[in-house]
Design a protein around this ligand. Structure first.
Ligand code: GDP
Ligand code: MG
Length: 339
């Protein structure tokens, strides 16, 4: 009797295709928060980055704006599509940030919003019967707009950036950089880098995540560009028969896609082409993980205190019953009601 034919090829190398198919079917969420004074070109920049890929609920491409005037922290979700890949993009605008005479505490609602999303995710994760897929509203990136009129980081920027970098991936940009000369831009970038180093503000991408030489080289070139000097425009202009997206000045046209004019293309490639999945991954592994650990530790400490008090007979029996509940309800950071 002959031996059965041995099939050497098993086929587990198709795992990448299997994962890709699953990933494409599910799609994914990208949540970006905009922080900066009003009039800094936040909405214009976001529309410049994303608008050409917007599709409406029927799957049609639309040229509609992502977002316009804002009076409160307002997330707006749109669907983007490219070659069959769908991204649910949520832009969270923060209105008039730092516009007041007294800006003390103006960052509080922004930080609260970001932590609320972490808390909501944790609460859903800790439910006894978890949803198979948790809708991810965690903020993956914060575009922080620096005023081109300032000579570097203002005290308010330092305060806000210190707090923001603790909870999310911050990408600083110099707003309306067409208002600066190239020398001013270079000087501004250098100052901002020095000040961030001095105040120990670490923005995305983080040096500790440079796993392989390839990442190291790419991330070094990105760190060199940071803060990205951007120019936004929603207008297309005809320049000698070529249509460009840009801004017309008396002396000529700024083409926002021209690397010699600004860093717009670098920022867009960085966010969407090279670091999109890393932004999402780092959010889960670094920022959310830190939040989760601190929340669960606080819950444990609270329970230990209650147990100690109960053992000493200082807590009435009702309180001991509360302590036996699952940890989903008593999160120390309570999220706002979710839509
Ligand atoms: N010079 C210049 N003006 C810009 C730029 N981006 C936007 N603007 C203009 O600045 C004004 C405010 O822009 P907007 O995007 O609404 O600012 P937001 O309040 O930060 O969202 C508009 O008139 C824009 O046309 C830019 O990069 N350079
Ligand atoms: Mg706006």
């Amino acid at each position: 009797m002959s031996a059965p034919e041995v099939q050497d090829y098993v086929g587990f190398d198709t795992i990448t295709q299997q994962m890709e198919r699953k990933f494409l079917k599910r799609g994914f969420n990208l949540n970006v928060i905009l922080v900066g004074e009003s009039g800094m070109g936040k909405s214009t920049l976001v529309n410049s980055i994303f608008s050409t890929h917007l599709v409406d609920s029927q799957g049609r491409r639309t040229a509609q704006e992502v977002i316009r005037k804002t009076t409160e922290i307002s997330p707006v979700t749109q669907t983007l599509e490219e070659n069959g890949v769908r991204v649910r993009l949520t832009i969270i605008d923060t209105p008039g940030f730092g516009d007041q005479c007294n800006n003390e505490g103006c960052w509080v609602p922004v930080i609260k919003y970001i932590k609320d999303q972490h808390a909501a995710y944790l609460a859903r994760e800790l439910k006894p019967f978890r949803d198979r897929i948790i809708n991810d509203t965690r903020v993956h990136a914060c575009l922080y707009f620096l005023n081109p009129g300032s000579r570097g980081l203002r005290p308010l920027d330092v305060e806000v950036l210190k707090r923001l970098t603790e909870v999310t991936n911050v990408i600083p940009v110099i707003a309306k950089s067409d208002s600066m000369t190239t020398d001013e831009r270079t000087l501004f970038k250098r100052r901002v880098k020095e000040e961030m180093a001095f105040h120990r503000i670490s923005v995305y991408p983080y040096a500790c995540d440079d796993d392989v030489d390839e990442d190291r080289a790419l991330n070094a070139s990105i760190r060199d560009l940071i803060p990205f000097a951007v120019v936004g425009s929603e207008e297309t202009i005809d320049v000698d028969g070529t249509v460009v997206r840009g801004r017309r000045h008396g002396w000529g046209v700024i083409n926002i896609f021209d690397e010699a004019h600004c860093d717009f293309v670098h920022l867009r490639n960085f966010m969407l082409r090279t670091h999109l999945s890393d932004l999402i991954e780092v959010t889960a592994q670094r920022h959310y993980e830190q939040f989760r650990t601190s929340q669960l530790r606080q819950i444990k400490e609270l329970r230990d205190q209650q147990s100690a008090a109960a053992a000493a007979g200082a807590v009435p029996p009702g309180a001991v019953v509360a302590q036996q509940q699952p940890p989903s309800a008593p999160l120390p950071h309570q999220p706002m009601a979710q839509a």
